[in-house]
Design a protein around this ligand. Structure first.
Ligand code: PLP
Length: 390
C-alpha cells in the first residue's frame, strides 16, 4: 500500500472540531487526546453559571451533568441506561467497586496480570490487608499476556478477575471472551479496565458481559483529566454495598440523614461526595463526539492507520514492540528505536506529539482526527530524529 492522502475518510468531518490538532502531528491520544473546541466553551459556560447563578446552579444545571455524560458513555459501550457512574479517575472508580467485595479464605483470590496499569496494581496490592491473595499472571516473551494462562489461573478460589482490555504499555488487545466465561463458570466476578480500549476499540458490554468495567476521559475520549467511570452490571447493583460511599450515594442526599446509609437503588449508589462538575463539563464534548462516530468506525480507522504505521516501520527497519495481528492490536504502535527517550524529547520539541515508555520505546497513536498523510509524515520525522540521535 502506498501513502494514501486521497483515501476518502468520513471521520475527518469531525476534525474541524479539534483545532488544536492543526500545526502539530498529534499521535498521543493513548495518553492525552486532543481538546475539542467545545470543551473550552463548556468550561466558560461552567464559570458563567457558577458566577451568574450561584447556589441555583445545582438544581438548574449542574445536577444533570453527570447523567448526561454517563448516558453518552452508556451509548458508546452499549450499556443499559443507569449502569455507569462517574468518578474522578479509574483508580477511584475501581476502589469503589473493590470496596463492595469481601475476600474470605475459600474465595479470596484476585487474578490480574503483570502488565496491568501500575495504579490499579497498587490498589490490588492493598487488598492483601483485607485478606485477598493476589495472583499476578506473568507475561510471556515480548510482554505478551496469553489468554490461556489467565484461564488456567482462575478457579473456585477466585473472587475477582481484574484485567486490562488493552495493555497500556504494548497496546495488546486481550481476547477476554474465554477468560470472562471461565470467571463466570467458577462463580468469580470480573472487572475490566477499558481505559485503553473504549474510544478506539469497539467495546460492547452486552457481548463482553463483565460485572464491572472502568475507563476515563483523558485519552481516546478527548475529554481531558477528571472523568473516570464505572460500569456495574445492573444484575448485581442491589447486592453491592460500597464501603467507599458518601452523601451523594444516599437515596435522598438533601435529607441530610445521619445514617445508617440508605443507598440509592441505581448507579448513584456508587457515588460518594460532591461530583467533579467542571471536569464532567469539560469531558462531555469529546465523549459525545466519540459516541457520534461510534465504536465500529473508530476501530476501522484505527486498524487502517496502525496498519500503515506497521508497514512504514518495516520499511524503516524499526523494531515493533506491539502486536501486529488485528485481533491483538489496540490503538497504539510501539517502536523500539535506538535512543528512544532522546528521540521522543527531540520530536516533542518540534511539535510531534507522542510518548516514550521504558521497555517498549516510542508509543504512537493515530485517532479519528488523523489524516492518512500525517501518518507518513510522522514516520519520516521519526526517521530523521533517530538518525540525528545516533
Ligand atoms: C489501562 C490504564 N488504566 C488506568 C490508567 C490511569 O488511571 P487513572 O484514571 O486512575 O489515572 C491508565 C493511564 O493512565 C491506563 O492506561
Amino acid at each position: 500500500m502506498s501513502s494514501s492522502p486521497l483515501v476518502s475518510d468520513p471521520l475527518l468531518a469531525w476534525r474541524a472540531r479539534f483545532p488544536s490538532v492543526e500545526g502539530v502531528l498529534h499521535f498521543a491520544s493513548h495518553t492525552m487526546g486532543a481538546m475539542p473546541a467545545e470543551a473550552e466553551a463548556a468550561l466558560a459556560e461552567y464559570a458563567a453559571t457558577w458566577s451568574g447563578r450561584g447556589i441555583r446552579a445545582w438544581p438548574e444545571r449542574w445536577m444533570a451533568v453527570p447523567a448526561e455524560v454517563a448516558s453518552s458513555l452508556e451509548q458508546l459501550v452499549q450499556a443499559s441506561p443507569g449502569s455507569i457512574s462517574l468518578h474522578p479517575n479509574v483508580t477511584v472508580a475501581q476502589a469503589v467497586a473493590l470496596s463492595c467485595l469481601e475476600f474470605t479464605p475459600e474465595r479470596n483470590r484476585v487474578v490480574c496480570t503483570d502488565e496491568d496499569f501500575p495504579s490499579v496494581l497498587y490498589l490490588y496490592e492493598g487488598l492483601a490487608r483485607r485478606g485477598a491473595e493476589i495472583v499476578r499472571v506473568a507475561a510471556r516473551a515480548g510482554r505478551r499476556i496469553e489468554e490461556a494462562d489467565l484461564v488456567a489461573a482462575i478457579d473456585e478460589r477466585t473472587a475477582l478477575v481484574a484485567l486490562s482490555h488493552v495493555l497500556f504499555r504494548t497496546a495488546q488487545l486481550l481476547g477476554l471472551d474465554t477468560v470472562l466465561a471461565r470467571a463466570r463458570a467458577v462463580g468469580a466476578l470480573s472487572m475490566v479496565d477499558a481505559y485503553q480500549s473504549v474510544g478506539i476499540v469497539d467495546v460492547d458490554v452486552r457481548a463482553l458481559d463483565p460485572d464491572f468495567l472502568t475507563g476515563g476521559s483523558i485519552k481516546w475520549l478527548c475529554g481531558g483529566p477528571g472523568t473516570g467511570y464505572l460500569f456495574v452490571a445492573p444484575r448485581i447493583h442491589a447486592r453491592l454495598h460500597p464501603a467507599i460511599t458518601g452523601w451523594f450515594a444516599h437515596e435522598d442526599p438533601f435529607a441530610f440523614d445521619q445514617g445508617p446509609q440508605r443507598l440509592h437503588a441505581g448507579e448513584r449508589r456508587f457515588w460518594n461526595g460532591t461530583p467533579c462538575i467542571p471536569a464532567y463539563c469539560a469531558s462531555r464534548p469529546g465523549i459525545a463526539i466519540a459516541t457520534e462516530i461510534g465504536g465500529e468506525a473508530l476501530r476501522e480507522k484505527s486498524l487502517r492507520l496502525t496498519g500503515r504505521i506497521l508497514e512504514l516501520a518495516d520499511e524503516n527497519g524499526f523494531t515493533v514492540g506491539s502486536p501486529r495481528e488485528e485481533s491483538r492490536r489496540g490503538g497504539s504502535v510501539c517502536l523500539d528505536v535506538p535512543n528512544a527517550e532522546r528521540v521522543c524529547a527531540r520530536l516533542l520539541a518540534s511539535d510531534v506529539l507522542l510518548d516514550f515508555r521504558p521497555g517498549v520505546g516510542l508509543r504512537l497513536a493515530p485517532h479519528h482526527y488523523t489524516r492518512d498523510d500525517e501518518v507518513d509524515e510522522v514516520m519520516s520525522r521519526i526517521r530523521v530524529a533517530v538518525d540525528a540521535e545516533r
